[in-house]
Every structure is written in structure tokens, then in C-alpha cells.
Ligand binder design. Structure first.
Ligand code: HEM
Length: 461
């Protein structure tokens, strides 16, 4: 209730500052009716093309800032991180599904900072990361031997690999089989939580984030099926709650690795070129290791392109502004949901011509002054104080799995009954975490020597 002048004196913000441009809203609903139920990142991207790098929208009565530009995302969530590191409250996820105490959802403050420090000590410190390497190697050798024995189950093997690795590192729980009860529980709790927010679960489950009162909707009324479902999932989640990282990161890592196989099928030339580099630098008598990474520049370009092309966390995780702010002359209201359209950033046609193509060559020249800013590894893991604490670990993993698969396996197109090659068009799921839809391919060990090498490495760990 401050007068205009007093408000400006205290906050430095002109009351008259305009909101950023954006699509026109209608009363009560705001812009929600303009959002499709699937692939919302594409609509956000279109808004970016129409209105610029920073777009204002209203999701019911909640202000939202959609960011399609890496620069704007950095300016706000990194350079002004003290104001942009909170998270919006998601009623569905936190209260109805029971994920409230996850660090991903935690409100910014003293308690969060303590958790963050713990997460950084666990996943970002060099000595700790080094101590994980023997486990990573061992699990990768197991993955390679499973791939050579039953390559058609490659997606199951990749998921099993990621689950085993994270379970052992986070809990010290060693997974011996894919039927492990804990893996199954983690998988079900995560998958069902992501699915319940999808359109198939009914409009109530989507609305409840914007009208939290709906969580009290009586179970016997029509449309309340979602509540029965959320109660069931809450049971799963509660049983699994001691795991601080479970829900999305497993899917992101496994999805990224599967996308790499897909990229190999769609673009066999890239796979061949990476294989030639490994043969030349490492040879066929041993497998690539962490220390080899700096000697494999083409592989590094493949990795960057994989992060860009797949952009697993399409909209990142939204942040929330804690106080009103002004940016580029626009007013950003307090409590705005800040949505970084990471997928949109990865499709910037100026930085990445032909953005849907998988072209590692676009990263070969790293001498451009803005190369660092547009290195996808520097934005697919999010921004500022909420940036993914698992990124170094995940990145090391993706590198090692990719280089070991390239060194030992050939990937090619599957054939139909008439012996004709099946041409795969890459398709990705919609949702919080994007991963490739089912596709066919042939994976087989490159040679007898590769099979023996895998067997030898399995015995050595
Ligand atoms: C390729 C794999 C991965 C990708 C692409 C990824 C991406 C992301 C992104 C975009 C965010 C949101 C950052 C933000 O709010 O600005 C995030 C947060 C987070 N990630 Fe990851 N992540 C991956 C793997 C992992 C792994 C392996 C772990 C743990 C072992 C992990 C743990 C977390 C946690 C705890 C947060 C929440 C951080 C916070 O709110 O402070 N992630 N991740």
C-alpha cells in the first residue's frame, strides 16, 4: 500500500514498468487454454519467436516468465541468483504424491542451503567423484556383457545400469539382478508420479497445482479417480522416501544414454567417425577410461551434440522469483514461476543451424568467443544455485558409457521381413523428462576380440 514514490524509493522499481510481452490472457484462466497438453516446450518456443527471449504468461492467476534465451536465463537465474533460486510449490507432486521433502522441491532458505552443501559434497567434490569411478567401471563392464548377450533388450540394460549405479552410490545398496525389489519400487514410484500429471489422468490432476483446494475433492465425486490414484502412488513414494534423488534423474540419465543409441542408428556416419577416433587413439587392446577423455576431441563434440539434441529436461525445473524485479525495463512480479525452455534454447537456429539434425561437427570450432555460453553442457543441467548437483557425475558416466559402447559394439538399422532396412525417424516422449520412443536397431559386438576384452574386464573388477 505504499505510495508510488515511496515504493520506488524502497525497491528501486518503477510501478509503471511494463510486464514483458506475451500472448494475451483471458480472465481466470490466463493463457492456460493456449497451452497444448503435450510438448508445451514447442508452444513456449513459438512464443519466444513471436515475443522475444523473455515472455510473460499467466497460468490461471500465477505469473510466469518463459525464457527461451540462454543469455536471459543466465542474467536472471545466475547473475541475480539471490532472487531467483526458490521453487514454485507443486501441490500435486509435493502433497498428493508425497515428494515434499525432495531437495528438488525444497523452498530456498537456510534448510535448503544445508541440503545443497551436502549434495555438493556428495556429487561435486573431486575426491568423492574419484571414489565412484571403480563402481562406474564395474557397472559399465556388466552393461557391455549384457549388451553382447541380449542386445535386443538394450533399453532394459541401460535402465538397469543407471539404477544399479545410483543405488550403490546413494545407499551402498548393491543390485545383483534387474528384479531387485528396490529398483522396481523406484521405477514404479517415479514413472507413476510423472504419468499422473499427464492429460490421461484427468483434468483435475492438472488443475490441482493451480487450485490447491482441489486436493480436498471428495473421493466419491465424479472425476476423483485421480485422487484414488494419487493415494496409491503416495504409498509407493512414502515407501521410497529416503532416496533424495530418485524421481527424474534416473530417467534423465537412462534417457540420454538411449538417445545416444538412437543417434547412432539415425546417423551411422557419426558413430563410425567416433569409432575411428577411438581405434586411432586407444587401439583395441583396452577399453577407454576416464583419463582418455581429453585425447578424444571428436567424442567430446558427440557428447555436446547429444546433450543438445536430446535436451532431456525439456523445461528444466522451474524456479520462482522471491521479490519483484526489473529486467530490460520489464517488471517481473514477485512469486513468478520462471520457466527455462531448455529444449527451446537447444533449438536456436542461429547458434545451431538445422537444429533437428545430429551434427557433432557444429562444435568442432571451439574458438568462437561465445562457444562456452552455447556449449549445451552449460545449460542442459539448469542454472545458478539450483543447477543440477549430479552433473559432473552424470557427465562422466555418459562419456564412459558412450566411449565403451563405441569401442566394442556396432550399431546398425534393423531390417524388416523382406530384408529391407527400417528407416528410423527419431521421436521423443512428451513430459517433464524427454526420452526416445521405442525404436528398433541391431547392436552387436564388433569382433571376437571385443567379446574377449569385455569378459576380461569383467573378471578384473
Ligand atoms: C543427464 C542427466 C541429468 C540431467 C540432464 C539433469 C538435469 C537437471 C536439471 C535441468 C535440473 C534443474 C536445475 C535448475 O533448477 O536450474 C536438475 C536438478 C537436480 N538434479 Fe539433475 N540431471 C541429471 C542427472 C542427475 C543425477 C545423476 C543426479 C543425482 C545423482 C541429479 C540430481 C539432481 C538434483 C538433486 C536436482 C535438484 C537441485 C536443486 O533443486 O537444488 N541429476 N537436474
Amino acid at each position: 500500500n505504499l505510495c508510488k514514490r515511496e515504493y520506488q524509493r524502497r525497491t528501486g522499481i518503477k510501478r509503471s514498468a511494463r510486464l514483458p510481452p506475451g500472448p494475451s490472457a483471458i480472465p481466470l484462466i490466463g493463457n492456460v487454454h493456449q497451452l497444448p497438453t503435450e510438448y508445451q516446450e514447442k508452444t513456449f518456443f513459438e512464443w519466444g519467436r513471436q515475443y522475444g527471449g523473455i515472455v510473460y504468461a499467466q497460468l490461471f492467476r500465477n505469473p510466469a516468465i518463459v525464457i527461451n534465451s540462454v543469455k536471459v536465463a543466465r542474467d536472471l537465474m545466475e547473475r541475480r541468483s539471490a532472487n531467483y533460486s526458490d521453487r514454485p510449490i507443486f501441490t500435486l507432486l509435493e502433497e498428493l504424491l508425497g515428494w515434499k521433502c525432495m531437495p528438488t522441491q525444497m523452498q530456498y532458505g537456510e534448510r535448503y542451503r544445508k541440503h545443497r552443501k551436502w549434495m555438493q559434497d556428495t556429487f561435486l567434490s573431486k575426491p568423492v567423484l574419484l571414489s565412484y569411478q571403480p563402481i562406474q567401471r564395474r557397472e559399465i563392464y556388466i552393461l557391455l556383457s549384457r549388451l553382447s548377450e541380449s542386445p535386443e533388450l538394450f533399453e532394459t540394460h541401460i535402465r538397469g545400469f543407471v539404477a544399479a549405479l545410483l543405488m550403490e552410490i546413494v545407499y551402498g545398496h548393491k543390485i545383483l539382478s534387474l528384479e531387485d525389489e528396490y529398483v522396481e519400487l523406484a521405477e514404479r514410484a517415479g514413472t507413476e508420479s510423472v504419468l499422473v500429471g499427464s492429460p490421461g489422468s484427468g483434468i483435475l490432476s492438472l488443475l490441482v497445482d493451480f487450485f490447491p483446494v482441489l486436493k480436498h475433492y471428495p473421493l466419491w465425486l465424479p472425476g476423483s479417480g485421480f485422487k484414488v490414484k494419487t493415494n496409491y502412488i503416495k504409498g509407493l513414494v512414502t515407501r521410497f522416501l529416503n532416496d533424495p534423488y530418485n524421481m527424474v534423474k534416473e530417467k534423465m540419465t537412462a534417457g540420454t544414454l538411449t538417445a545416444f543409441i538412437l543417434a547412432g542408428v539415425v546417423n551411422p556416419g557419426v558413430f563410425k567417425k567416433a569409432q575411428e577416433e577411438i581405434d586411432r587413439v586407444i587401439g583395441n587392446d583396452r577399453l577407454p577410461d576416464f583419463e582418455d577423455r581429453k585425447s578424444l576431441p571428436y567424442m567430446e563434440c558427440v557428447l555436446k551434440e547429444l546433450y543438445r539434441w536430446d535436451a532431456a529436461a525439456v523445461l528444466g525445473l522451474p524456479h520462482r522469483s522471491m521479490a519483484e524485479d526489473v529486467y530490460q525495463g520489464y517488471r517481473i512480479p514477485r512469486g513468478s514461476m520462471i520457466i527455462p525452455n531448455i529444449w527451446g534454447m537447444s533449438r536456436d537456429p542461429v547458434q545451431y543451424p538445422d537444429p533437428e539434425e545430429f551434427l557433432p561437427e557444429r562444435f568442432v570450432d571451439s574458438s568462437k568467443p561465445e562457444a562456452d555460453d552455447y556449449n549445451p553442457r552449460n545449460f542442459v543441467f539448469g542454472f545458478g544455485r539450483r543447477q543440477c548437483p549430479g552433473q559432473l557425475f552424470a557427465d562422466g558416466n555418459v562419456y564412459l558409457v558412450m566411449s565403451n559402447i563405441i569401442a566394442t559394439m556396432d550399431i546398425s538399422r534393423a531390417k524388416d521381413e523382406d530384408g529391407c532396412e527400417i528407416i528410423t525417424t527419431p521421436e521423443f516422449t512428451s513430459g517433464l523428462v524427454r526420452h526416445p520412443k521405442k525404436f528398433q536397431c541391431v547392436i552387436k559386438p564388433r569382433s571376437e576380440k571385443a567379446i574377449n576384452l569385455i569378459a576380461r574386464m569383467n573378471l578384473s573388477v
